[in-house]
Design a protein around this ligand. Sequence first.
Ligand code: ADP
Ligand code: TRP
Length: 337
Amino acid sequence: MIEKTVISSILTGIKPSGDLHIGNYVGAIKPMLDLFEKTERSFLFVANAHSLNGLPPLGNIKKQTIQQVASYIALGVDPEKTHIYLQSDIPEVFELNTILSAVTPKSWMNKAHAYKDSVSKNIENKKDVDENVNMGLYTYPILMASDILAIGASHIPVGEDQIQHIEITRDIADRFNHYVQRDILATPEYITTENQNTIVGIDGRKMSKSYNNVIPLMTSIEERTKAVMKITTDSKGIDDPKDIENSTIFKILDCFPQSSRHNIEEFKNNFAVGGIGYGQAKQILADTLNEYFNPAFERYQKLMQNSDEIERILADGSTAVRKIAREKLIKIKENIY
Ligand code: ADP
Ligand code: TRP
């Protein structure tokens, strides 16, 4: 889909959840950075209003937002090139949400997966179908459509679970355009890279916060090394030949083929033959990951000590984005009221 089309603008929304891991980096953040490089106009916002639906303990959203913004900048998002902003700083998005609610059939929300999953869980646990379902969760796809359509972004990088939301966004845009009989809202395309880049965790399953098997990104050399040392292996001895293809250590190492201290290709060949133990292989993986991520962690720590700088970046982002969203909203309102 993307080879044939020109990517004129990229927009991505991230939820303010704290601890990023190297799976998030390989599967989502690095592909996003590569797309930002190739695109003239790019937007990255923290979806803090979406997080409110879970009613987290007060203070959490703010704390995790700052951590998230600092992490993304430390990992390479350039605020001079990409507009970085908070969803809650763009009131136009919420006004558009009201307008788009009018053209969105309720039946589309009944089919949206986050709501459907909550209902299925309630039925499974013999609870009322709507227990713990608030209207924010129910109409989540309309707010997400507003995030995208207010900016008119052409391409949205997403994980598999978000594809349905982009399809709903396209349907909402089509219905609105049909109602006003003009192509005012641009229908976005999604870009997904997830299946090509799934990274395994220290227990060999998919790396995920929910499995507690992650190698964290924004952490010290000691902590990152500690996680690597916990990788599970088979019980082959030092002299035994090893199965590289099915080794968690090498599956992860394959995502980071550059190291200034080690010749990874040569090491892999020697390791397969035998004579090297898992401990040494883990040390090479730890060195490689530390070399890759420690500079970002140092930048992260600096940013976290200078929250004024983060506030300034977010203020500049929202000023630029509000201008775009305001123009779009004026055009929309002229056509409907
Ligand atoms: P988690 O499973 O840890 O809760 P999220 O669901 O918050 O991770 O994922 C955020 C983004 O990171 C998604 O785009 C997802 O595709 C990507 N991602 C998460 N885990 C991995 C993984 N193990 N390999 C590749 N990408 C991943
Ligand atoms: N729903 C997305 C997630 O759970 C976050 C998000 C909100 C988003 N609005 C968006 C992503 C707009 C892309 C575009 O990860």
